[in-house]
Write a protein that binds this ligand. Structure first.
Ligand code: NI
Length: 254
């Protein structure tokens, strides 16, 4: 790993504090179901607000074999460029849900993502669980991240992934008022738990369907399995006829 000691310590600290918590699986969400995925039934639990209903997406079915890769918690100074190179080799576009604080630390990596034509989503400024925040705090976490991205890239994200996928009616209401769409996932690669690449690949190939959103991470700290998993996974998915699009493209396809 070509990191200075200071970077290594910083990465280790960030990965412990940001990514490495076992609760990064949204247990409170349960397993996303098809009924939660498309159009008017996006939020299956009763919500009296019509405007809330179509802003949460786990997947979006389509007939074109389209799927979306997503990368959370970056940018990372070492792993993000490696992932970008792999995506470029295959001519694939993906969506990166960035933490504002990490964009501030590693602006070059964030710029490289945008320059390569990928989509950037909001993953809040400090990756705090939003269910324990006030309305004001939720808005600030979102807008601070958005401002960091805008000041760097002149780009305003319109998609948000709540940290750890943690969400409730309050989060939906506040996020909805900011005109973001909430993007969760249908296939979790468990790369955040250092799952071996071959196991990630097996799991994804077993679970994948057209329209799925796949959760991966470009910021896992040391020994990330993600690049190697991508090298196995992408060709296997291409061989099965899947096409990679950004989340925005997946949702906006008519
Ligand atoms: Ni995250």
């Amino acid at each position: 790993m070509k990191q200075t000691p200071v970077q290594a310590i910083l990465c280790a600290f960030l990965s412990l504090s940001i990514c490495f918590s076992p609760k990064s699986i949204p247990l409170d969400q349960g397993i996303p179901s098809l009924s939660q995925s498309v159009g008017g039934s996006a939020v299956s639990e009763a919500s009296e607000h019509d405007s809330d209903r179509d802003i949460v997406f786990y997947r979006k079915a389509n007939d074109n074999m389209e799927i979306a890769l997503t990368f959370d918690d970056g940018p990372h100074p070492y792993y993000t460029p490696i992932i970008l190179k792999i995506l470029e080799e295959y001519g694939i576009k993906a969506t990166f849900f960035m933490i504002g604080e990490n964009v501030t630390y590693y602006p070059a990596a964030a710029e490289a993502v945008l320059k390569a034509g990928h989509e950037i989503g909001n993953h809040t400024n400090h990756h705090k669980g939003m269910k324990s925040l006030t309305d004001h705090e939720i808005r600030k976490e979102i807008s601070d991240c958005e401002d960091v991205i805008y000041s760097l890239a002149d780009y305003r994200p319109t998609l948000i992934r709540p940290p750890e996928g943690a969400m409730n009616d309050q989060v939906r209401r506040v996020v909805g008022a900011l005109n973001y769409r909430i993007i969760l996932w249908d296939v979790d690669t468990h790369d955040w738990a250092h799952t071996p690449p071959a196991e990630i690949t097996r799991h994804v190939l077993k679970e994948i369907d057209a329209g799925d959103i796949i959760l991966m991470h470009d910021f896992i700290g040391h020994n990330s399995p993600t690049p190697e998993a991508l090298r196995m996974l992408i060709p296997a998915l291409l061989e099965r006829g899947y096409k990679f699009v950004t989340v925005g493209e997946l949702l906006d396809e008519t």
